[in-house]
Design a protein around this ligand. Sequence first.
Ligand code: GLY
Length: 321
Amino acid sequence: MIRRRNFLKKLSAGAATVSTAMAATSTSQALAKPTTKPIVVSTWNHGINANMAAWEILQKGGRSVDAVEAGVRVTEAEDNLSVGYGGLPDRDGRVTLDACIMDENGECGAVACLEEIKHPISVARLVMDETPHVMLVGEGALEFALNQGFERENLLTKRAEKAWQEWLKKAEYKPIINVENHDTIGMVALDADGNLSGACTTSGLSYKMHGRVGDSPIIGAGLFVDNEVGAATATGMGEAIIKICGAHLIVELMRQGNSPQQACEKAVRRIAKQKNAKDIQIGFLAISKQGEVGAYSLQPGFNFAQNDQQANRMKDVSSFY
Ligand code: GLY
């Protein structure tokens, strides 16, 4: 908890687009970009509700890692076919969830192929906070979650089961572009103290092979945070993102001087060279240490939600194709 006086101080220091450049004496200070903070961005339409929960914490001066965990939990609890409860199952009818979280200190935690637990992001958080490890998978992740007090739940809704039964009639194993088939919530945030964190959670590719894991729980693929530089997250066909270490690549491109937008575009252009690029969707979303936002996708149709001092609103993203 922070005291009200400190909280007001933090917010006024971080109020939208505050610039200290005018008062700067050195050249580097004079060229310093204004900082927008706090700010939170997250993938797809479900980001609006998620951002609201994250904003509750950010606007009180809370830590970005708490904000992103609270934010994506909202989506995990929604019956939305692609994240947490209600997610479409694998081809055997099992809902398996992947998630990861990373904080301003470079600490991170992840779970993959976790079943029957509605909030994989909170299990990932505990992997980060309570174990010496970064990732737990399958049975081991479930055992850890149960030991930590999480309850087993049936995550396969009637709607998802019906969709799976329908799919079984042809059992065609191929990705479909955009939300009909799969989408993830990836969220990155900059708090009033200027610290970055991110979270990413998904039920992954629908009707996948049992045991398949995508980019979302892989630190450096679906999510990466470097508190000196920026944070990035990804959505779309995980295999393509893993092949270029997508989120890490974007942060490293920002470190080299690219804006978040330039970095997302360069990462998508790398994926565009892959042999099945025309058939898949990829969306990248990034923020810099200054709260500058960038996003780019392979195909049209990707969007994200942005919440800052102005409003919580959707933004459409331009694409390579
Ligand atoms: N991006 C989510 C997945 O491929 O599983």
